[in-house]
Design a protein around this ligand. Structure first.
Ligand code: CA
Length: 247
């Protein structure tokens, strides 16, 4: 990875959006698969929960739904497998079952490099903002435990804030609104195809980190502006990237 690559990616973004510069003020972080190495557990939990209700959702498919709200995932699978949409009560029950299975799995560790990156972002004078489709009740506690003094609760966007969720740009647009900034004043850090789609649709420079089993193309084809192979790689190169936003 070189500065030239970063610079090219930024220039391409500016040109296609008609912006003069990136005036970076905030970094919008997805959570699962970015800050926590939790996607394996989510895939297992979705697979097991759906099986419990007689529906089939493979672990591989779970990665393709990553980023959607639980309700949206449940409805897609229900419509396909049972030919009808789940009721609100069913959605709540199935999501609770999924959460129970998830919570019984070994706790997912923070993604290597994530805390280092968050600290660098903060030290750069930028605001880290969490944008997740997750509705885990223990979310805030876990974030504060692993990443103390990083996130501000009033800036977070979670499953409770949004109507549509990713891949709709809504969560990222809401994050811009909460932070009081424009699209060219933020970047998105995402690991999932639908998350990248949401960031790109919100007109924000979207940096993909491929921390899962999908091929790079799955992220690049959704319009990711840059791709890193890990959070550690992004953290190691953060300073170079940040410097490029000034050029
Ligand atoms: Ca994710």
């Amino acid at each position: 990875m070189t500065n030239t690559n970063f610079q090219n990616a930024i220039n391409k973004y500016l040109k296609s959006h008609g912006y003069e510069k990136v005036n970076l003020k905030a970094v919008l972080f997805d959570m699962d698969g970015v800050l926590f190495d939790s996607m394996k557990n989510h895939a297992v939990a979705w697979h097991e929960a759906m099986k419990h209700y007689g529906m089939s959702l493979s672990k591989e498919e779970a990665y393709m739904h990553e980023g959607r709200t639980g309700a949206a995932t449940i409805n897609i699978v229900s419509t396909r497998e049972r030919h009808y949409e789940a009721t609100a009560e069913e959605i709540e029950e199935i999501y609770e079952t999924k959460s129970k299975i998830f919570n019984n799995l070994p706790t997912a560790e923070p993604m290597p490099g994530a805390f280092e990156l968050l600290n660098q972002v903060k030290t750069s004078g930028l605001t880290p903002v969490l944008v997740t489709g997750s509705g885990q009740k223990s979310l805030l506690e876990r974030l504060n435990h692993h990443f103390p003094n990083i996130f501000q609760e009033h800036l977070m966007v979670t499953a409770y804030d949004v109507k549509f969720g990713k891949p709709n740009p809504e969560p990222y647009l809401m994050a811009l609104q909460k932070a009081g900034i424009k699209a060219n004043e933020a970047i998105v850090v995402e690991n999932a195809p639908l998350g990248v789609q949401a960031g790109v649709a919100a007109n924000i420079f979207t940096l993909a980190v491929n921390t899962g089993p999908l091929p790079n193309e799955a992220l690049l084809n959704e319009g990711a502006n840059f791709l890193c192979s890990s959070m550690k790689e992004l953290s190691d190169n953060w300073n170079d990237f940040y410097q490029c936003t000034f050029l």
